[in-house]
Write a protein that binds this ligand. Structure first.
Ligand SMILES: *[C@@H]1O[C@H](CO)[C@@H](O)[C@H](O)[C@H]1NC(C)=O
Ligand SMILES: *[C@@H]1O[C@H](CO)[C@@H](O)[C@H](O)[C@H]1NC(C)=O
Ligand SMILES: *[C@@H]1O[C@H](CO)[C@@H](O)[C@H](O)[C@H]1NC(C)=O
Length: 351
């Protein structure tokens, strides 16, 4: 009897969760977790409804709110507040007509971890725009951003942006306050904007950074300093890129993947460009102006596995046995094996 009574209570709770009312024209999807599905999270999909959708009231256990494709021109903190918003984890505002945000727009979203603002019309990010939430992922691709300043992610204090390293304090970073200004952003997508140079993001614990399709003309030596945690860097489709300074990637000792593909005006790269990339496994130079990869470059790339070059040429590093001197017999030698678009394979020694 005791067990069936318990089951009854849990089943009843599950049913109450599932029949929760959803805002008109939105679609709510309840997912249950935990022992006897005692814990639920709701995904609220209000995409493609139209600009009259805001302000939208959401269930208290909403974890994901999709407001994409609604022709929204403006959102502010009164629209993004109220029950359910304080604990919202993911917000999708992509494919709208947002021209502007303010430093308080997202200030009530104290648990927001992922924010998609892609495909809007934003030109500037005011200081502290993203400071009030423990954001780990921000997608700002396909806006009209001319610059991205560090101040957008940090607390503005006496005219300077502050970064205090409290990375050991994981609870503190959730309840971010004036005394705990730690940006937590690990993924930042800035593709398809109007950036003419690499923004200074020194001190943000980024793992993924994309700057594809921006009018960046040059990667300068200190542009990527302080990004030692970066594992994926995408610098592809930069029509104006002609130059990468030697030692530009010197701090990127954790980088695994570097995408420099489709940079037609990037003709040459000195081998010192790759200095410091101790962990790099994949280098993409496909369809760039760089057609020959100087083999001495591989000295700087001890972990390299795959390099893509030119039109459909893929190279892998491999170890080959080959005759050396007659008297010494066979020795192991590293070679770069490249397969071109027609499938023919050529090998180059690696110095
Ligand atoms: C916030 O936006 C809503 C909807 O666009 C608008 O009605 C309201 O006046 C705005 N509130 C503030 C404080 O700007
Ligand atoms: C946000 O919505 C757009 C359009 O519906 C979709 O393509 C995108 O994947 C969504 N973003 C996230 C992070 O789910
Ligand atoms: C592949 O074959 C085509 C057609 O025969 C030829 O034009 C092209 O130059 C070849 N590509 C390479 C890299 O040899």
């Amino acid at each position: 009897m005791a067990l069936s009574a318990w089951l009854y209570v849990f089943i009843l709770q599950g049913m109450v969760g599932a029949s929760k009312s959803c805002f008109p024209e939105c679609r709510c999807e309840v997912e249950n977790f935990g022992l006897f599905h005692s814990f639920s999270l709701t995904k609220v999909d209000c995409s493609d409804v139209g600009s009259h959708v805001v302000p939208v009231s959401i269930p208290l256990d909403t974890s994901y709110l999709d407001l994409s494709s609604n022709k929204l021109k403006r959102v502010n903190e009164s629209v993004l507040s109220g029950p359910g918003y304080t604990t919202l984890v993911n917000l999708n505002l992509s494919n709208n007509l947002l021209v502007k945000i303010s430093s308080s727009t997202f200030s009530k979203l104290r648990y927001l971890e992922s924010l998609d603002l892609s495909h809007n019309l934003l030109e500037v990010l005011p200081d502290q725009s993203f400071f009030y939430s423990p954001l780990a992922e921000i997608d700002l691709s396909y806006n009209n951003l001319l610059e991205v300043r560090m101040g957008a992610f940090t607390l503005k204090s006496q005219g300077k942006s502050m970064i205090v390293d409290l990375s050991h304090n994981s609870i503190g970073s959730v309840f971010r306050g004036a005394d705990n200004p730690v940006p937590n952003i690990q993924s930042l997508i800035l593709s398809g904007n109007n950036l003419i140079s690499v923004p200074n993001l020194n001190g943000i614990p980024l793992r993924h950074l994309s700057l594809d399709r921006n009018p960046v003309a040059k990667i300068k030596k200190n542009d990527l300093s302080g990004l030692g945690g970066l594992t994926h860097l995408s610098l592809s489709d930069l029509p104006n890129l002609r130059d990468v300074d030697p030692y530009s990637f010197k701090d990127l000792t954790s980088l695994l993947v570097l995408d420099l593909s489709n940079n037609r005006n990037l003709i040459a790269l000195s081998s010192e460009v790759f200095y410091g990339l101790d962990s790099l496994q994949e280098l993409n130079l496909a369809n760039s102006g760089v057609s020959n990869f100087p083999k001495e470059t591989l000295r700087h790339l001890p972990s390299m596995k795959v390099i893509s070059l030119g039109v459909n040429v893929n190279c892998v590093k491999s170890v080959k046995e080959r005759p050396f001197h007659h008297e010494k017999g066979l020795v192991m030698k590293e070679v770069l094996l490249c397969r071109d678009e027609n499938g023919s394979v050529s090998a180059q020694d690696v110095l």
